[in-house]
Design a protein around this ligand. Structure first.
Ligand SMILES: [Zn+2]
Length: 295
C-alpha cells in the first residue's frame, strides 16, 4: 500500500529531478555543460552588401570554442557595423582582425570606418587601405583555438589578391574575393591569363576537393549563362538549376564542384579547346575571358 504521503513525496522528487535535467540540458554561460559529441566546425556568417547592385559578400568567421572572430571584406560599414556591434556587445564574438582579399574599394573600402569603432589589425594585400600585415604566400595564422588560415597569393584581378584557406578540423573553406567566383572568375584588371591560370588551376585547384568556396560577389546566374554557351555538362546543368532556385550560392559548392562546372577551371576540356580554337591552357584561359568580357 502506498500512502498519500509517499505518493506526494514521489511526485515532488520526480518534478525536482525533471527540473534539474531540463536546466542542465539548457546549460548556462557561467558553467557551460558538455555539448553533444559533434565535430567542431567554424561558424561562417555571410553578410550581403549592396544587394541588387554590387551583390558583394562580407563574411564573419568565428572559432566556436574561443569565440574569436575575423571579418572578411567589410566594405560597406552601414550594413556590417550593426552586426559586429551586436555580436561584440552581447559577448557572442571577440573580433580580432579585418581580413581583405584585395584593395578594390568594394572590398577594402570600409576599413577606415570600421577602425573608428574597433581597434583591429588589417591583414591583406599591400595596396589595401590601412593594411598592417601582408602575409607571405602559403604562410599561416590562427583564429582562436580551432581555425588555421593559409594565405594564398593569387595575383591577376589585382596584383595584391590573396585567397584565404580556412581549416577547422575536417571543415574547410576558401575565401576567394574576386579571383574565383562560383562558376566564374574575376576580370584581369592588373594581370594576365598566365597568372589567372596559375591562380585557379594550380593554387586553388590544389586545395582539397571538399573545400567550400566563398567568393566576394554573388555572380552565379551570369556565370552560368556564359558557361552554357561554352560547354554542356551535368555539373553546369545542376548549377543552373540551383542558381535559378536559390538567391545565394556562396558556400554551397566546393573546389571539386568548380573543377566540373567552372569553364575557367576546365581549360583542358577538349570540347572547350575546340570551341575556342586553342589547346594551350593559357590561350584557352585568355580567349574564355575575352569572350566573357564581351558577353
Ligand atoms: Zn575587385
Amino acid at each position: 500500500m502506498i500512502s498519500t504521503k509517499h505518493l506526494l513525496l514521489s511526485i515532488f522528487l520526480m518534478s525536482l529531478f525533471t527540473a534539474v535535467i531540463k536546466r542542465s540540458s539548457q546549460g548556462n554561460l557561467l558553467n557551460p555543460i558538455a555539448r553533444p559529441a559533434i565535430s567542431r566546425a567554424m561558424h561562417i556568417q555571410s553578410i550581403p552588401m549592396w544587394e541588387g547592385t554590387g551583390n558583394n559578400y562580407a563574411y564573419l568567421v568565428t572559432d566556436d570554442k574561443s569565440k574569436e572572430a575575423v571579418i572578411i571584406d567589410p566594405a560597406n560599414p552601414p550594413e556590417v557595423l550593426p552586426i559586429l556591434k551586436d555580436k561584440t556587445d552581447s559577448g557572442a564574438i571577440k573580433l580580432s582582425k579585418i581580413i581583405n582579399t584585395h584593395h578594390h574599394h568594394d572590398h577594402a573600402g570600409g576599413n577606415s570606418e570600421i577602425l573608428k569603432h574597433f581597434k583591429l589589425p588589417i591583414i591583406g594585400g599591400k595596396d589595401c587601405d590601412k593594411v598592417t600585415m601582408t602575409p607571405d604566400h602559403k604562410s599561416t595564422f590562427n583564429v582562436g583555438e580551432g581555425i588555421k588560415v593559409t594565405a594564398l597569393h593569387t595575383p591577376c584581378h589585382t596584383q595584391d589578391s590573396i585567397c584565404y584557406f580556412f581549416e577547422d578540423g575536417a571543415d574547410k573553406a576558401v575565401f576567394t574575393g574576386d579571383t574565383l567566383f562560383i562558376g566564374g572568375c574575376g576580370r584581369f584588371f592588373e594581370g594576365n591569363a598566365t597568372e589567372m591560370h596559375k591562380a585557379l588551376n594550380e593554387t586553388l585547384a590544389s586545395l582539397p576537393d571538399d573545400t567550400r568556396v566563398y567568393p566576394g560577389h554573388e555572380y552565379t546566374k551570369g556565370n552560368v549563362r556564359f558557361a552554357k554557351k561554352v560547354l554542356n555538362n551535368d555539373a553546369i546543368r545542376k548549377l543552373d538549376e540551383y542558381s535559378q532556385a536559390n538567391k545565394e550560392t556562396q558556400g554551397k559548392f566546393t573546389i571539386g564542384d568548380e573543377k566540373q562546372h567552372n569553364v575557367f577551371m576546365r581549360v583542358n576540356d577538349s570540347n572547350i579547346q575546340q570551341l575556342v580554337g586553342h589547346d594551350k591552357p593559357v590561350d584557352v584561359m585568355k580567349t574564355l575571358r575575352e569572350m566573357k568580357d564581351r558577353s
